[in-house]
Design a protein around this ligand. Structure first.
Ligand SMILES: C[S@@+](CC[C@H](N)C(=O)[O-])C[C@H]1O[C@@H](n2cnc3c(N)ncnc32)[C@H](O)[C@@H]1O
Length: 329
């Protein structure tokens, strides 16, 4: 896979962050101004990309060849990155494994970034990273309010209870997590674990084969409980999980021919997507067509038991009554 060196940012955005040393984590990125949710903090092209190779020897050789084509500064940066399999026969591949981000949701191509690659993990992250196909660059968006001086963090992995997370972070990335959640006293971590177990159970129930069709009412209420549990655990910092729960609720209503609720739910899902990826991301664009016309979605009209039209969205209800209507309480 070819490597490319990019020095110019993909688009002009104000400088909102700076690289600093973070206790127990090495380098990291810190906000230099107050940042509100949905703000695009960074857009960056990888200075090196690499796909899988048939053998470890070949991957190591390819990386070695690609590194020769980079500038001294980029090469030095690559060698400064963490390699948790130090001492192994394949040091360059170790750095790649520990630091690359996939160039797209299902992409096997990994990219190495001068700045984004220095963002540390948190189990309650305040930012989201995603590959923007149009810009051919990785973007970082704030998902929660970030105060000037606060560290900007992303998820290397999400979900799971603390023990499982710690084990997976150690196995996959070679570190003991020192994030703000993992540093809390035991009783607070236990409370978080309980919420995460509830989230996992609800996820499982909603996805349970055919239940959305055989018991849509119960499934819709589980979506609402899941969204509430996510808000409680992540404080708005898990918009992709919240978006997925809204998508499930959207499809349940569509399946019952309920265009009014489907429209409200897909609008909420769209806002969550935009908050973490921007309006120009592929998934935001795809969702926009369903916001404009939910009927376009293939799930529409499996049954027409809850039949409604878009004009049936109630107007003039207070927030509480509107939520009661939306979730069929
Ligand atoms: C992609 S790098 C991030 C930049 C890195 N801090 C550096 O100085 O190069 C990933 C490495 O950062 C450190 N790191 C990231 N998140 C961490 C966390 N939550 N707790 C402790 N160390 C962390 C670990 O050493 C991990 O292997």
């Amino acid at each position: 896979m070819a490597s490319k060196s990019y020095d110019e940012p993909a688009e002009n955005i104000p400088q909102l962050s700076a690289i600093q040393t973070i206790p127990n984590k090495g380098r990291g990125l810190v906000a230099t101004a107050n940042i509100s949710p949905g703000t695009r903090i960074l857009v960056e092209k990888p200075f090196l990309t690499m796909g899988p190779a048939p053998t470890p020897e070949l991957l190591e050789r390819r990386l070695s060849n690609v590194l020769k084509t980079l500038t001294d500064e980029q090469r030095a940066h690559y060698h400064s990155l963490r390699n948790t399999s130090e001492g192994s026969r394949y040091p360059l591949s170790g750095i790649m494994r520990n630091n690359a981000l996939p160039c797209g949701p299902d992409s096997k191509i990994g990219g190495i970034y001068a700045t984004i690659g220095l963002i540390n993990h948190s189990c309650v992250a305040n930012a989201h990273h995603s590959w923007n196909k149009t810009l051919e660059a990785e973007t970082i968006h704030a998902t929660r309010d970030i105060k000037a001086g606060e560290e900007i963090t992303i998820y290397y992995l999400t979900g799971d209870t603390s023990q499982t997370r710690q084990r997976m972070l150690k196995e996959s990335f070679g570190f003991d997590c020192a994030c703000q959640l993992c540093s809390l006293p035991a009783d607070k971590i236990q409370a978080s674990d309980r919420r995460r177990k509830e989230i996992a159970i609800l996820d499982h129930l909603i996805a349970y084969s055919g239940r959305a069709m055989t018991n849509p009412d119960a499934c819709l209420k589980d979506c609402r409980r899941l969204i509430k549990a996510l808000e409680e655990e992540y404080g708005g910092g898990a918009p992709t999980l919240e978006a997925r729960a809204h998508d499930d609720a959207f499809q349940i209503c569509l399946g019952q021919g309920d265009l009014a609720r489907a429209k409200v739910l897909v609008e909420r899902e769209y806002r969550l997507r935009v908050r973490c990826e921007g309006e120009d991301s592929a998934s935001s664009r795809e969702l926009k067509q369903f916001v404009e016309n939910p009927r376009r979605h293939g799930a529409f009209g499996f049954s027409m038991a809850w039949r409604s039209g878009i004009t049936d969205i109630p107007v003039g209800l207070g927030e509480e009554m509107f939520e009661k209507w939306l979730w069929r309480l």
